[in-house]
Design a protein around this ligand. Sequence first.
Ligand code: SF4
Length: 338
Amino acid sequence: MAATAQLERTEDGWTGVQPDAAWREEVRRLVDEHDAVLLAHNYQLPEIQDIADHTGDSLALSRIAASSSKSTIVFCGVHFMAETAKILSPDKRVLIPDARAGCSLADSITGEQLREWKAEHPGAVVVSYVNTTADVKAETDICCTSSNAVDVVASIPADREVLFCPDQFLGAHVRRVTGRDNVHVWAGECHVHAGINGPELADRAAANPDADLFIHPECGCATSALYLAGEGAVAAEKVKILSTGDMLTAARETKARSVLVATEVGMLHQLRKAAPEIDFQAVNDRASCRYMKMITPSALLRCLRDEADEVFVDADTAARARASVQRMIEIGQPGGAE
Ligand code: SF4
C-alpha cells in the first residue's frame, strides 16, 4: 500500500513504490490535505506528468505557481526551477521531491564566479539564461529564455558590453543573430545536449527526408541543435524552432507523418498524447536528464508525507533575483506559453 510503503534513498533517487492506483490516490489525497498545487516540468517521468495539476516549462510553471491560490507549491523539476518558483512566490511554501536534483548547466557558474567576471568587465550588462541559481540571478541585470534571448540582447545599447551566461550554445546563437561582437559568452553547458551533435542531427535528417525537425531549446538540452540548424546542418525549411506550447500546436497541425524531436526525451510524452498518429522520434534517445528523473514516484510520495525538501531563498537574494526576471518580462515575450 502506498500509504505505508517503506521508501529507500538511493544515489539515483528514492525507490520503494510503484506508480499504481493506490499511489495515485495517496498522492492526490496528500496534495489536497496540504493545500498544494502539483507542478511537473515537461522532462519529468510520464507518471509524474500525468498526476500533476499542470505541466510546462520552468517559467510557465513558476508563473502558474505565483497566480495559484494554494499555499504550497510542489515543484517536480530540478532545483533551480523550484528556486525560481520561490523567487516569484516568496510568501508560499515551495517543496521539491528531491533537493539533490541539480542541473549541470546551472552549476556551470556560481555567484562568486559571476562577480569575478563582472569585475573584469566594468559597465557590462549581465544577461543570464533562466537555468541559473538564485545567487546568479541576483547578480544578473536581465534574465532570458531561449525564446527571447535575442530580443533581450538586442534591447541593450549596441556600445555596451554584454556578459552572457551560462549556456555557450545559446550565447553563440545570440552573437550570430545579433551580429554583435561585444557579447562575451560563458563556456557552460548541459550534459544532456552533448548527445545532440551536428553529424548525428544531419544523419537523422538525411535518413528521414520527409520528417519535420522540431527543436525546443528550453533547458539547455537542445541549444546545440539550435546552433547547428543555424549552421546549415539540416535543410532550413524542415527546421521548426518552437516553444513547448507551439510544439504541441505544430504537432496537431503538421502534415508530416514523422517528426524528429531535438530536446530532452521527456517532451515526447506530451507530443505523443497531443498527436498519437504521428511517429515522433528523438534525435538522440540518450538525451535524458538524470537529474529530472530523480523525481521518482517514491520521491513525490515522500515529499508529500514528510513535507520535504523545502526550498529557501533569502529575502535579499530573492528580491534582486526577482528584479532580473521582471526586467526580462518587461522587454518581451519570455515564451510563457511554452
Ligand atoms: S536537461 Fe540539462 S539544462 Fe535541463 S535540467 Fe537537465 S542538466 Fe539542466
